[in-house]
Design a protein around this ligand. Structure first.
Ligand code: FAD
Ligand code: NAG
Ligand code: NAG
Ligand code: NAG
Ligand code: NAG
Ligand code: NAG
Ligand code: NAG
Length: 585
């Protein structure tokens, strides 16, 4: 088996004909060589591939990974950053999910896509990389009453997950990034290799207005506050670095690893009982709603890595969730865990448009290609900032601490299409504002007992009034920022729905019309102290009240970090791999 796989690999390489790489991946469940593996990893997404790599590296364990989506090799849109999600919303590489009507957003329904491909959402995301602030993790440790999750104790896992590499244009990055705060892991991180007209204006403005908008040399320093150059999961050749390219592709020929793609896990089955706890080591899967069901058994553990939407869906389909709700929909409850699917958190984002006095924005180019920015290119600069105490009007600070932002600004050199359509002509810049310390809490619930049906997804954006206050403050902060001298004679007017809003009430109303998701859902299987009555997993990520079942993905975050979520997922996965090795080696 090893030799035929290696041969196939070399053959593929020589021909540069990547369809052959499929030879390393199983697409037919009937062809799987075994029905018992030490570990069965469900989902070859961001976290799943970290687990696949780390659990097979010492050769001691046999591992099967089951992924619903397709191979990432040869899918151009996942390689070339500028092509990134051109395929949104209907594409074979995406779960083309939508939310339920959003009460806080005038009942609008939002696109809620996830990656459905090797690498999961890391193969289709916008590549902005932030690890979060020290305060984000120290708050996790406090909430779960376990210092294992403090910033200091997670530092080695951050360093182990990513590394800084030169940008594609190999320009001098002095003053844009601090190499000292970077690690030596497989995910490649670089600053943008395509400068835009507004980059220097943004940085100069932060120097000019430094008390309100300080410059922050490196957003990975542990303190995220200030204006920074964006860092992307992009390598020195300008290609996307995903969990598939960084953690999986190079290890597909390991003899102790099998990967089955285009196959959906439909539920986990109880395989026994020990110390009065149900054992969940049998995984059931299928290739269509009506197709035959197959199953494999894990000798040690099943590791669920299917992400914030699908992890609670699979748990509930397996009888793990709120017992009363499960019974109502016709599922026999096995483990009563009311928090499964609850506590959904995400970052609402909206676009602030400005008309600019230049033809040198990306609008001119997109006008020709027919593509919008937010479906094409991320910004080159961003900022994490805090609101004034008065905005919090006496309520508890929703942020993790002074090193964490309440809101984010992302600067884009063109008209970023979010809720408003691109105008037919003109040149624009966009400052996207996101609430990164949301108080709103939503949920994932089952819409059907058919595992192939989509669950109900409700991020409940702007349902907490504090989120609206923070968004209003963020919009006002942007308007303050562009009063700095670098924008004089460059920005000529505000534009769009938000551009017309002046009073706080008008800005709030325009926010309800303008908010979309930045695709950061987390916390639907949240971690909590082992003896707490809330939460879904303990601090070693084992599902409470069960044996043999662990969750490793963004669903376990106790709170959403005030940053982009892919970095924290890699950190959690590296941490979890060491738990598992220490328990089973
Ligand atoms: C469009 C978009 C843009 C984003 N932009 C950014 C960004 O710029 N920066 C950033 O930091 N974050 C960004 N994110 C968020 C970030 O990518 C995610 O938080 C992170 O990748 C989630 O990792 P995960 O391991 O939890 O889940 P995923 O990476 O989504 O992995 C879950 C995997 O499980 C598979 N799966 C699901 N159900 C089943 C099943 N039943 N059977 C088998 N397999 C299954 C899925 O196909 C997928 O491969 C973005 C996300 C999206 C979708
Ligand atoms: C999702 O994609 C499928 C098939 O590509 C299509 O039938 C369906 O209408 C799409 N749904 C949404 C909400 O775009
Ligand atoms: C930014 O500041 C630098 C250094 O002072 C200056 O050379 C440059 O012209 C400024 N650029 C803009 C766009 O303000
Ligand atoms: C905070 O207050 C200062 C002065 O009172 C004001 O200039 C600034 O815009 C406020 N910042 C935010 C983010 O609301
Ligand atoms: C976009 O194209 C239209 C015609 O197709 C043209 O009138 C307009 O000036 C163009 N806008 C920009 C910014 O190039
Ligand atoms: C546009 O920029 C030019 C210089 O490039 C300047 O002369 C003109 O006044 C600017 N227009 C506005 C409306 O600011
Ligand atoms: C949980 O256990 C710890 C000790 O292990 C104890 O300090 C804590 O008070 C307990 N919490 C609850 C909610 O019982």
């Amino acid at each position: 088996m090893l030799s035929s796989r290696s041969t196939a690999f070399i053959f593929c390489y020589i021909l540069l004909f990547c369809a052959s790489v499929d030879a390393l991946l199983y697409t037919d469940p009937k062809k799987l060589p075994k029905i018992h593996y030490d570990f069965v990893i469900v989902g070859a997404g961001t976290a799943g591939n970290v687990m696949a790599n780390r659990l097979t590296e010492n050769g001691q364990f046999s591992v099967l990974v089951i992924e619903a989506g397709v191979n990432n090799e040869g899918v151009l849109a996942t390689t070339v950053p500028f092509l990134a999600p051109t395929s949104q919303p209907a594409s074979p590489i995406l779960w083309n999910y939508t939310t339920v009507p959003q009460k806080g957003l005038d009942n609008r329904v939002l696109g809620y896509s996830r990656g459905r491909i090797l690498g999961g959402s890391s193969s289709v995301n916008f590549m902005t990389y932030t690890r979060g602030s020290d305060d984000d993790y120290d708050r996790w440790a406090k909430l779960v009453e376990d210092q294992v999750w403090s910033a200091k104790n997670l530092e080695p896992y951050y360093l182990k997950s990513s590394r800084l590499v030169p940008p594609a244009d190999h320009h001098n990055t002095n003053g844009q990034v601090n190499p000292v705060v970077h690690g030596n892991g497989p995910v490649k991180i670089s600053v943008p290799g395509f400068p835009t007209d507004i980059d220097a204006r943004v940085i100069n403005s932060s120097h000019e207005l430094s008390s309100q908008f300080p410059f922050n040399l490196d957003v990975q320093s542990g303190n995220t506050i200030g204006i920074s150059v964006v860092q992307n999961t992009v390598d020195s050749q300008g290609r996307r670095s995903s969990s598939a390219t960084a953690y999986l592709q190079s290890i597909l020929d390991r003899p102790n690893l099998d990967v089955l793609i285009q196959t959906q896990v439909t539920r986990l089955k109880q395989s026994g009982i020990t110390s009065r706890k149900p054992i969940f080591k049998v995984v059931e899967f299928a290739q269509s709603s009506t197709g035959p069901r197959f199953q494999v058994t894990a000798n040690n553990e099943v590791i669920l890595c299917t992400g914030t939407i699908n992890t609670p869906q699979i748990l509930m389909l397996s009888g793990i969730g709120d017992a009363i709700t499960l019974k109502k929909i016709g599922i026999t409850p096995i483990v009563d865990l009311p928090d499964v699917g609850q506590n959904l958190q995400d970052h609402p984002i909206l676009s602030n448009y400005f008309v600019v006095n230049t033809t040198n924005t990306f609008d001119t180019e997109w006008n020709t290609t027919g593509e919008g920015l937010f479906v094409d290119a991320p910004g080159n600069t961003l900022g994490f900032l805090r609101v004034n105490q008065s905005v919090l009007h006496g309520v508890a600070d929703p942020s993790a601490g002074p090193k964490s932002g309440h809101f984010e600004m992302i600067f884009a050199d063109g008209f970023a299409v979010t809720a408003e359509a691109s105008p037919a002509s003109g040149n624009y810049i966009t400052v996207n504002t996101a609430v990164v310390s949301p108080s709103s809490r939503g949920s994932i619930t089952l819409a059907s007992t058919d595992p192939f049906a989509f669950p109900n997804m409700d991020p409940a954006f702007l349902t907490a009034s504090l989120d609206v206050s923070i968004m209003v403050a963020a919009v006002k902060a942007v308007r303050q920022f562009v009063t700095a001298s670098p924008w004089r004679g460059y920005i000529t007017s505000r534009f769009g729905n938000m551009g017309m809003a002046n009073t706080d009430e008008e800005i709030a109303a325009a926010s309800r019309l303008g908010v979309v998701t930045i695709w950061h859902p987390t916390s639907t299987a949240m971690m909590s102290p082992a003896n707490a009555s809330w939460g879904v997993v303990d601090t070693r990520l084992l599902v409470k009240g069960t044996v043999g079942l662990r969750i490793v993905d963004a669903s376990v975050f106790p709170v959403i970090p005030a940053g982009h979520t892919v970095g924290p997922v890699y950190i959690v996965a590296e941490r979890a791999a060491d738990f598992i090795k220490s328990e089973w080696c």
